[in-house]
Design a protein around this ligand. Sequence first.
Ligand SMILES: [Zn+2]
Ligand SMILES: [Zn+2]
Length: 356
Amino acid sequence: MTARDPIADLRRIAFLLERANEATYRVRAFRSAAKAVAALPTAEVAELARAGKLTDLSGVGAVTARCVAESLAGEEPVYLRRLAATEGTDLDAEAAALRTALRGDCHTHSDWSDGGSPIEEMALAAVELGHEYLVLTDHSPRLKVARGLTADRLRRQLEQVAQLNEALPPGFRILTGIEVDILADGTLDQDEELLAQLDVVVGSVHSNLSDERGRMTRRMLTAVANPHLDILGHCTGRMVSTRPAGVTGPGDRGHRRRARGESDFDADAVFAACAERGVVVEINSRPERQDPPKRLIRRALEAGCRFAINTDAHAPGQLDWQRFGCERAARCGVPADRVVNTWPAQRLVAWAASRS
Ligand SMILES: [Zn+2]
Ligand SMILES: [Zn+2]
């Protein structure tokens, strides 16, 4: 039998684990092993496998070593076969149609801020999912816990994105962007000149989430009135508890133990402003966010808003979480023609540019 690509198999396992929202340490084992194996010439890896010494490599444990050995022997690793056999649930027809209509994702993170993977790995996973584009939206400077990008680091990131785009398959593009903090006074946490330069700007509230209603409403209205803001991210800031049974480790992202309520603001006023100004309301697909809640999606729809169904992915496998957002949007009757990431990249970029 001809050998399979063990690196591809390890990455595929990591992707499926992320997609299934499994604990981060489990995913990391496979990504680290893929890295360790990729760092060696194929012949050397094969030699170690023959000698049963793959676990001598730092980053490779018993489980990942078995996967590599099986791949090299030309067999689909048992671990991968089991995962693939038990993955995901089918979407109903409406949600599936919405998912099929999506051409890209407008809210994603890389290891430049608090994501776990390099930009390139995120992009390659997006290509595999059939996306035409990925908007890279790492955090802004004030969000220090998430290693938000200073203006200088963002400029460097733009250079790297330009380079990566040259090497990626034709028909796919990384679009530049940011998830910019909406500060306490409603201003946006990045230089104007940079915001104007980015393809897409997502703005989110991450601090003072329990601001009093009037204050929070004014804060969000100020942000929505900013011509650089294109998409209002996870508008209520709520966290629903989605910790899967059997996961007992420290709180992983996506596995929040405790719920957090919605921020209090005049949703009708904010959605009316979004509709008037052409600011898009995000439907955030993360299982622990599910933001906005369905009753607010319906109100935004009635107000005439457009939507973006985004993953807010912090790892490649999470890019497939759009299905969750599609399910919620379909339940609320959101039609595909109200969703901006059903548009081709060119239209999305032209639309965003026309706003600022
Ligand atoms: Zn956010
Ligand atoms: Zn985010």
